[in-house]
Design a protein around this ligand. Structure first.
Ligand SMILES: NC(=O)c1ccc[n+]([C@@H]2O[C@H](COP(=O)([O-])OP(=O)(O)OC[C@H]3O[C@@H](n4cnc5c(N)ncnc54)[C@H](OP(=O)(O)O)[C@@H]3O)[C@@H](O)[C@H]2O)c1
Length: 360
């Protein structure tokens, strides 16, 4: 059985807390080191998160008394104590990029939740069911960084995980134009209703930088590796609007799509039902058995009812029908802090583990 020691950089934050909760009892990964900012460093984890533990489950027993290290000052100690780190920090982009590279150069692979390295041409942005072949660009990245085993891999933004999984099995029909409006939960901003009471009975039609990410990141995901670089796909054409809605967890997307070779409704439903990615084939510990689930009921998927499908790792789809301007329209939903953040990050790490990238 695989057994890797893991560090969590940003363990005290919203994503860090979710990582700790999901990794409790993980069959392959054991959390050995926690790190955050200098404000938390030196405290026990329980002290460091006093008054801000936001998960429904209590702090895992093993974690409570663990010391929190300083992610920057203690980097050498952390990198030498574990097989790889998860990273979910709230710092400016340049500082995040530098910190992630520092860990990679200390020969410690980085599984990142942050956006700072997402645009870098040899940093794979992985949705494990969709583009596992992008892991191959890691060898070019190691060459650039001058490392033997250290590298950075990122997960995509949470918004695109509400609609890209549903579009991916349809690419064989020549997806040409996509319009996606996302209705995004407040946990995506690291908030709940107590901390963001203005969101009760409200909708905010703006999420800074989100539409740009939602239109560009899918093209990197669907890109090809050429000469050690990921070259983004040039199609489909994607336009988005991203809205913040009063939902605690679960990003929903209303999607409109046109094709070069228009499939029938039955062909689309069959493509969704039959789709299996590498995580399902390899039976990775966090993989949903069924990645995409289509609901025939006209009022599904609903955030509250369906976000926890397959432990929050499944994507639910509904309301597929013909459209008067595009070929079809449908609605899809994914859990933004599980599939879209910590859970997707863990699944990505499981894929790297299964392929031997963390071995010494
Ligand atoms: N929330 C989501 O649903 C979501 C989804 C996908 C991706 N993300 C991304 O994940 C990252 C973390 O998000 P979050 O919501 O978890 O943020 P958060 O709740 O604000 O937590 C931020 C974490 O970063 C740490 N930190 C801040 N400054 C630091 C420094 N100078 N050095 C080391 N650690 C530092 C904090 O430590 P202290 O506690 O010591 O301050 C804390 O552990 C961000 O890049 C975000 O964009 C978030």
């Amino acid at each position: 059985m695989k057994n890797y020691k893991v560090g969590i950089i940003g363990a005290t934050g919203m994503v860090g807390q979710r990582l700790l909760t999901l990794l409790e009892g993980h069959p392959w990964f054991s959390v050995e080191v926690l790190a955050a900012s200098s404000k938390s460093a030196g405290k026990s984890f329980e002290e460091a998160v006093f008054g801000r533990w936001a998960m429904a489950k209590p702090i895992p027993e093993k974690i409570k008394c663990m010391k929190v290290y300083d992610a920057e000052k203690d980097a050498e100690f952390i990198a030498s104590s574990v097989d790889f780190v998860f990273c979910a920090i709230n710092m400016d982009k340049a500082a995040t990029k530098a910190l992630e590279e520092k860990y990679a150069k200390l020969e410690c692979p980085v599984m990142s939740n942050n956006s700072a390295n997402r645009g870098v041409f040899d940093v794979p942005m992985i949705i494990p069911e969709i583009n596992p072949e992008h892991m191959e660009v890691v060898s070019a990245q190691k060459k650039r960084l001058g490392t033997k085993r250290g590298f950075i891999s990122v997960k995509s933004n949470c918004s695109i995980q509400s609609y890209v999984p549903a579009l991916h099995p349809l690419m064989k029909f020549g997806v040409k134009n996509v319009l996606a409006c996302t209705y995004q939960a407040i946990s995506g901003a690291g908030k709940n209703f107590e901390r963001w009471p203005e969101m009760v009975d409200n909708l905010i039609p703006y999420i800074g930088g989100e539409e740009e990410k939602s239109e560009n990141e899918p093209l990197k995901i669907w890109g090809k590796i050429e000469d050690g670089k990921i070259i983004s796909a040039s199609s489909p054409a994607i336009t988005t609007q991203c809205l913040r809605v009063p939902v605690s967890d679960g990003h929903t997307a209303a999607v409109f799509v046109s094709f070069d070779k228009k499939p029938t409704i039955d062909e689309i439903k069959k493509a969704w039902a039959e789709y299996r990615g590498e995580p399902q084939i390899l039976e990775l510990p966090s993989a949903p058995k069924q990645f995409l689930t289509y609901f025939e009921e006209p009022d599904r998927p609903q955030a509250k009812l369906d976000r926890d499908l397959e432990n929050g790792m499944g994507v639910s789809i509904g309301r597929l029908r013909a459209d008067s301007q595009y070929d079809y329209k449908f609605v899809s939903l994914s859990h933004n802090t599980i599939r879209g953040a910590a859970g997707g990050n863990i699944l990505m790490a499981e894929l790297y583990a299964a392929k031997g990238y963390f071995d010494r």
